[in-house]
Design a protein around this ligand. Structure first.
Ligand code: ATP
Ligand code: MG
Length: 601
């Protein structure tokens, strides 16, 4: 284990808070990607779950991105794209430009893997903008190189070079020599593609020089090999052989005979010998390149090696051997074409699916937003309407009431019929008045979330309430009682609001209890709760009505009693504003009990 890994493992062990844990898991996951991909993925997945349950968005976003990188390494581009996109969303919500930029770089790299140069370029360009505005200059330069790579893959070497050059400048300003060398080397390759061998040579030499200064002999070898390719392209085969030989001997120190760079260099060395007509040497290198390519499943190099061997054998007049190689060459070529066609199709599918999923979630988001706006607008219209309408009704109602009173006083004692009509009008007016009062109560309850509360001594208050219902109860010979246990019980609440609730319950109890019945208001202390009940032995409520009882305008229509159906919604709102609950139990024909529970504060 490297010291760095030891340190990361230790900080995971020592993490004491969930947030520290998520951070440590993410950091270790990042580190382990090249060492233990499977564990890296597991760690990132665990981090995702923990961050999710802790509501730690930054940690969640990092965990998603770490998984995206892992899946990309595994070649699962579909999953990688999905996860990276989710990570990007999270970073967008967090408004973290730098992390958005780094995530866009990954998405761009995935699109490049998938061969979608257009989208890849788009992602890298927006990564560049984000990193620029966040002031992360190093990663800005990385983005410049990546844009160069996409352009180069897309066959636009001139554009690639422009971006590499900007990256070179940025790296130079930051003193990043090794990275600068990589960019120089890339420039060399693209200049050579453009046929500008002079520039290619200069950039390749610069790369070599910087790699050497940085003590990076692998990099030096890569640059040497690029210079060999320039010589090969210029048909200066002697110089090409020299460069490739030097590159190979540098690679040898690394004991990595079978990396792509080494195998490709060897093939190029074979080609150079072939052009110098040194067929023995050419054949040795081509065969070695072929063996390594086959072992490492580098099919494209194997194909090229067969072709080179066929050419060599033809020159040596070994036509049978030449034919065998040619046959292998065309088999491999066909396989590669098929493979790449299939891969193209599969890649297009992944891109298509991802785009669809993105468009769908975008659509859902818009719909939700529209719903929300519509709902808010409706709620606003409703409030405005209620306020205006109720006040507009209230004033003319008072005029009607007063005029009725005046009219009545003008009537002669024998005008009984007229008196009847006046009474009808008054009753109807009373009903509207009650409705308006209920609506205003509800609107008021809804519009305020916090309420003023004070300690209320229950016993005297309950007595006063009962007293105000006395006349109503006596008209139906209903016995109205109240009890408070213990007698000095106090609750915290808003007298007016809570009074509305109790008045509605008492009014219901009297309304829905036949003549000669009983209604009782009681309060009892139960542990840390106070239970307030309104109990009657009235007509009761059918079972199927219970779930709707607290809905606005809901009424049970098996009785002749007048009402608006708003009373119980007012009760519920008022009780909930006090942090309490209200429940009902009832038996048709036997009676009803409403129970309010308040926790003591
Ligand atoms: P108002 O808005 O004038 O109070 P309401 O009494 O009809 O009208 P709610 O208080 O919301 O409206 O009650 C809804 C329905 O519940 C009533 O119509 C009634 O059928 C039933 N109900 C309420 N309390 C009782 C009770 N104590 N006994 C029997 N039924 C009841
Ligand atoms: Mg009522």
């Amino acid at each position: 284990m490297s010291p760095e890994q030891l340190e990361l493992e230790a900080s995971l062990q020592n993490s004491s808070t969930p947030i520290e844990r998520v951070n440590a898991q993410n950091a270790l996951a990042e580190y382990l990607r090249l060492i233990d991909l499977e564990r890296s993925l597991t760690l990132a997945q665990t981090a995702e779950k923990l961050a999710q349950s802790e509501g730690y968005s930054a940690g969640l976003a990092r965990a998603l991105r770490a998984q995206a990188r892992d899946y990309r390494m595994m070649g699962d581009h579909g999953n990688a794209l999905q996860l990276a996109t989710n990570a990007l969303r999270e970073f967008e919500v967090l408004e973290d430009q730098q992390q958005q930029g780094l995530t866009l770089q990954i998405i761009g790299a995935i699109y490049l893997d998938l061969g979608d140069y257009g989208r890849s370029l788009m992602m890298h360009l927006s990564a560049l903008a984000k990193l620029e505005s966040s002031g992360d200059l190093l990663n800005r330069a990385v983005s410049l190189v990546q844009i160069g790579m996409v352009s180069s893959s897309n066959g636009d070497s001139a554009q690639a070079i422009r971006y590499y050059q900007q990256a070179i400048e940025q790296y130079a300003a930051l003193g990043e020599n090794q990275r600068q060398a990589v960019a120089y080397n890339s420039c060399c390759v693209d200049y050579s593609r453009l046929g500008n061998y002079e520039q290619a040579q200069q950039y390749g030499e610069k790369a070599e020089q910087l790699f050497t200064q940085a003590g990076d002999s692998y990099g030096t070898a890569v640059a040497r090999s690029s210079l060999g390719e320039v010589a090969l392209a210029c048909q200066d085969y002697t110089r090409a052989v020299a460069s490739f030989e030097q590159a190979l001997s540098l690679f040898q120190q690394w004991n990595r005979e079978s990396t792509y760079e080494v195998v490709e260099t060897r093939l190029n060395l074979g080609r150079s010998y072939y052009h110098l007509k040194q067929y023995d040497q050419a054949a040795i290198q081509a065969q070695k390149a072929l063996d390594n390519a086959v072992a490492q499943k580098m099919q494209s190099i194997a194909m090229q090696a067969h072709y080179l061997l066929a050419q060599i054998r033809e020159q040596e007049s070994d036509l049978v051997a030449a034919l065998t190689h040619l046959k292998r060459y065309s088999e491999l070529r066909e396989g590669l074409v098929n493979q790449s066609n299939q891969r193209d199709i599969r890649n297009l599918q992944i891109i298509h699916e991802t785009q669809q999923a993105l468009a769908e979630s975008e659509r859902q988001k818009k719909l939700r937003e529209m719903d929300r706006q519509k709902y808010e607008r409706l709620a606003q219209i409703k409030d405005e309407f209620l306020n205006h309408a109720t006040h507009d009704i209230k004033n003319p109602l008072s005029v009607i009431h007063l005029s009725l009173f005046m009219l009545e006083s003008l009537l002669l004692p024998d005008q009984e019929k007229a008196r009847d009509y006046l009474n009808h009008i008054r009753d109807a007016g009373d009903k509207i008045k009650q409705l308006v009062r209920d609506i205003l109560d509800l609107a008021q309850l809804e519009s305020s979330t916090t309420i003023y509360s004070e300690p209320v001594v229950l016993y005297p208050w309950f007595h006063a309430l009962i007293q105000s219902f006395r006349t109503l109860a006596e008209a139906k010979q209903i016995m109205l009682t109240c009890s408070v246990q213990p007698p000095d019980l106090i609750v915290r609440g808003n007298k007016q609001r809570f009074g509305q609730a109790l008045e509605n319950l008492l009014s219901n109890a009297i309304k829905y209890t036949p003549n000669g019945g009983h209604v009782r208001l009681s309060a009892t202390q139960l542990d840390s709760q106070i239970q307030i009940q309104v109990i009657d032995d009235g007509i009761g409520i059918p079972l199927n009505a219970i779930p709707h009882l607290f809905d606005r305008f809901y009424r049970v229509n098996n009785h002749q009693v007048e009402g608006t159906g708003l009373g119980l919604s007012i009760v519920k709102l008022a009780v909930e504003q006090h942090g309490g609950t209200v429940e009902v139990s009832s038996e048709p024909g036997k009676g009803t009990t409403f129970t309010i529970c308040l926790s003591e504060k």
